[in-house]
Design a protein around this ligand. Structure first.
Ligand code: NCD
Length: 318
């Protein structure tokens, strides 16, 4: 694929919001990934692409902590010429009791062209999408979905291995409390990969939507034949007592190290959406090994992939 040319948009762009990865059709996903490849050299070389979002206001509204997602959305919007506002949630009228809907309506009244929302309440994104006159992008909703993370992970894998179809991708660890696992597994399967989960049974997914993915509680069995192994953080903030008990001694049974990665294909790569807890789910030496780790490549692709999502949603894929 020639990524030096702007890709042709799909014949009819339909998606208005990106709340779930399933909001994008297959042709919309293909277009956004091609557009991410087109934007990647601009990010790498510090060059300015067409200012396709000039004059548009992008609001980043994060009710949960974030480093990568928030900052890469900010950079992505700025690269495309948008006026980007980060709402300082902790210092806003939210602490005077203002609801998410009232806050979002207030921001919409200031002329927001797009809202990027991270919030842990189930279905809050869908509710806002019905009431707010601009597109909503989900930057993480509790343990459910994180669609732009899935797209950037797919972009990073494609850039390293040239494809996703036919790969064996294993997502390892605290699947139950991970929104990354949910969006990634569904997207990778749609793109033709075999997706498996590995980890303690108490951290296996309980969401019916993920029931179709095989879960292994042995690292050795689950990693057999894997091309990609993605570690996840233990999301203690969403865990009950059973999860916390299962997380005890996790590294001894499931930690990713150069040694345990030998259960996978000889050239398998590790990934991690961040933030990492070294020595808890992944060994620092493996995470830092440029021959085996795609972790900083994931971070890099956050910017061009989010540029692609913003561009496609705000221009209707034109
Ligand atoms: C993740 C998130 O917030 O869902 N990080 C990210 O966005 N890159 C994963 C996590 O919190 O562990």
């Amino acid at each position: 694929m020639d990524s030096s040319k702007r890709p042709a948009p799909p014949a009819n762009w339909r998606a208005r919001n990106l709340v779930s990865i399933d909001d994008f059709s297959d042709s919309e996903i293909a277009y956004v990934l091609a557009l991410a490849d087109y934007y990647a050299p601009f990010v790498k070389n510090g060059a300015r692409p067409d200012q396709r979002l000039a004059g548009k206001t992008q609001i980043n509204l994060f009710y949960e902590s974030s480093t990568r997602t928030n900052l890469s959305f900010e950079l992505a919007g700025k690269k495309l010429g948008a006026d980007v506002i980060n709402v300082p949630v902790a210092a806003s009228s939210v602490n005077k009791g203002e609801s998410v809907l009232d806050t979002a309506q207030t921001l919409a009244a200031m002329g927001a062209a797009v809202m990027i929302l991270r919030h842990n309440e189930p279905r809050i994104h869908e509710m806002l999408a019905e009431h707010i006159p601009c597109p909503i992008i989900n930057a993480g909703d509790g343990a459910r979905e994180h669609p732009t993370q899935a797209l950037l992970d797919a972009a990073a894998i494609r850039s390293a291995l040239g494809k996703i179809e036919g790969l064996v991708i294993v997502i390892c660890g605290d699947i139950r409390h991970s929104r990354v696992a949910g969006s990634d597994a569904r997207l990778f399967r749609r793109l033709g990969a075999e997706v498996r989960f590995v980890g303690p049974k108490a951290l296996a997914p309980d969401d019916a939507a993920l029931a179709g993915f095989p879960h292994f509680d042995s690292l050795k069995e689950g990693l057999s034949g894997a091309d990609i192994v993605m570690a996840l953080r233990m999301q203690f903030e969403r865990m009950g007592e059973a999860g916390k008990a299962a997380a005890q001694g996790y590294f001894e049974s499931f930690g990713l190290t150069h040694k345990t990665l030998k259960f996978a294909q000889p050239n398998a790569f590790v990934m991690h959406p961040g933030p990492m807890n070294r020595g808890v789910e992944i060994d620092g030496a493996l995470a830092d090994d440029p021959a085996r780790s795609l972790i900083l490549r994931q971070v890099f692709y956050g910017v061009p992939t989010r540029m692609a999502c913003l561009d496609a949603l705000l221009t209707g894929g034109k």
